[in-house]
Design a protein around this ligand. Sequence first.
Ligand code: ZN
Length: 81
Amino acid sequence: MAKKSTGRPVGAQTQDRPVADEVIPVCPHCGSRDRGEFRSLRRVDGCGEINGRKYDGVELRNCNCNNCGGAMVVRRHLWIA
Ligand SMILES: [Zn+2]
């Protein structure tokens, strides 16, 4: 059986890629990054712009901090590519 080829061909150079940081939500109560599972998802439509980047909605997800148990809403902007 032929193996499914993934990744780049043998001998290919690694290309330089721009790096994008993923923003990790920090608990507003204690500063911990150890959040619990998301429990709900709400999508709110609405256009806006932050630092020149446009978005057409936000997703709001509820969760609790694993460290202090405090409730928080994690917001994610839906960027327009
Ligand atoms: Zn916390």
